[in-house]
Write a protein that binds this ligand. Structure first.
Ligand SMILES: NC(=O)c1ccc[n+]([C@@H]2O[C@H](COP(=O)([O-])OP(=O)(O)OC[C@H]3O[C@@H](n4cnc5c(N)ncnc54)[C@H](OP(=O)(O)O)[C@@H]3O)[C@@H](O)[C@H]2O)c1
Length: 352
């Protein structure tokens, strides 16, 4: 038995309920490895989970957190089913870990099928910043979105964690990217990622359509072939209306629904829900375009597909991810509130 520290929430509903606990961690079970965690990667979905706005959130008490990086300390007995994934692991290996909750801890037992070797030159913080967001970008842009060279992609929240991966992967594919951001202070980072000023839209809900037209005109295009959208809300329709025939609008989040306080304002959420984007699916046929959606949690349940998906994402963009903010383990709730505020860039990482 090992002792660990973890951030636990007795039930979803408020960020204020997160409390640090010291607890026993049993030895790793069949097909598991005990990982000594050195860095934890935060995801926007963590905030939704703590607020109780994420459908995959466990009932009752749980430790949030979908990914981390650390060192394998011990291995449990091999899986009885004889599945080989993960069996090449040994104590001392540096790994990136995907976990369906449970990542906010100084040690955890993880299914070995969800451990990916940390690239040799990467830091632990970079490892904790990679899997969820890079897989999301790869799955949405490449696997579902079939982005091709010469196409034009609109990437919302382009300076965020998923967004920066999407920008890099779209450019590596040979596509031209137009990125949107909420605040102009994120511009220099996107310039460092290869976008010129007129390829970046600082979103203004009152004139978003005109902003998109200007950005398209600046690159000599009239329509998007792919829209990568985790905001939805009032920004959905102006973008959707500029989708080319054969275009794909890939929806994978709804940041517009993010409450600003420690707990949801249910009245405001109900109002936003009533005003959510709606359209007639029959028009998709006439205009020859598609709207798609996905949730990476689905891929979490397909462990067999993880190694190939992670390799494909790394092959498309092997640069270490951008860490926008670092916090100490004791500061984890503050790190979450910072991410919730919408002003961070790249990944928010908690170092243990
Ligand atoms: N479907 C899936 O499987 C999946 C997997 C991973 C992530 N996601 C979704 O992908 C999105 C990006 O995730 P991430 O972890 O990389 O986060 P992130 O992009 O680093 O941070 C979220 C960003 O959302 C934007 N935003 C728009 N409206 C907002 C609001 N009302 N309040 C706060 N922020 C707002 C902000 O950027 P700008 O203002 O610059 O746009 C903010 O920085 C999230 O919506 C997340 O839920 C989905």
């Amino acid at each position: 038995m090992t002792t660990r520290r973890a951030w636990r929430i007795p039930s979803a509903g408020s960020l204020e309920r997160l409390a640090q606990v010291t607890e026993d961690l049993p030895p790793p079970g069949e097909g598991e490895a005990r990982v000594c965690v050195e860095a934890i990667g935060l995801n926007f979905a963590d905030v939704f989970a703590c607020l109780g706005l994420y459908s995959a959130t466990p009932r009752g008490a749980f430790v949030p957190g979908l990914e981390c990086a650390g060192v394998v300390e011990a291995l449990g007995p091999p899986r009885a089913s004889g599945e080989s994934a993960g069996t090449t692991l040994a104590p001392g290996d540096r790994v990136m870990v995907l976990t369906r909750f449970g990542g906010y801890a100084t040690a955890l037992n993880a299914d070995t099928r969800y451990l990916v070797p940390l690239p040799e030159t990467w830091t632990m913080a970079q490892g904790a910043a990679y899997l969820v967001q890079a897989l999301t970008a790869w799955y949405g842009l490449v696997h579902l979105g079939a982005l091709a060279p010469g196409q034009v992609a609109l990437v919302h929240s382009a300076a965020g964690g998923v967004g920066l991966h999407a920008v890099a992967m779209a450019r590596a594919t040979g596509a031209t990217v137009i990125g949107t951001i909420g605040h102009s202070d994120k511009l220099p980072l996107l310039e460092a990622y290869g976008l010129v000023r007129n390829q970046v839209v600082v979103r203004d809900a009152a004139r978003f359509g005109a902003q998109l037209d200007a950005a398209l005109a600046a690159i000599g295009a009239s329509h998007f072939n792919l829209i990568f959208d985790a905001i939805a809300g009032s920004f959905f329709r102006p973008a959707f209306e500029r989708l080319a025939p054969e275009g794909r609008h890939v929806l994978y989040g709804a940041a517009d629904f993010m409450p600003s306080g420690a707990r949801p304002n249910w009245l405001r959420l109900a109002w936003q829900y009533l005003r959510r984007p709606q359209f007639d699916p029959m028009t998709l046929i006439d205009k020859n375009r598609s709207v798609m959606g996905f949730n990476l949690i689905w891929l979490f349940e397909r462990a067999d597909r993880l190694p190939a998906s992670a390799s494909a994402a790394l092959a498309l963009n092997s640069a270490p991810p951008h860490i926008g903010a670092r916090f100490r383990f004791d500061e984890l709730p503050r790190a979450l509130r910072t991410l919730q505020g919408g002003r961070t860039t790249g990944k928010v990482v908690v170092e243990v």
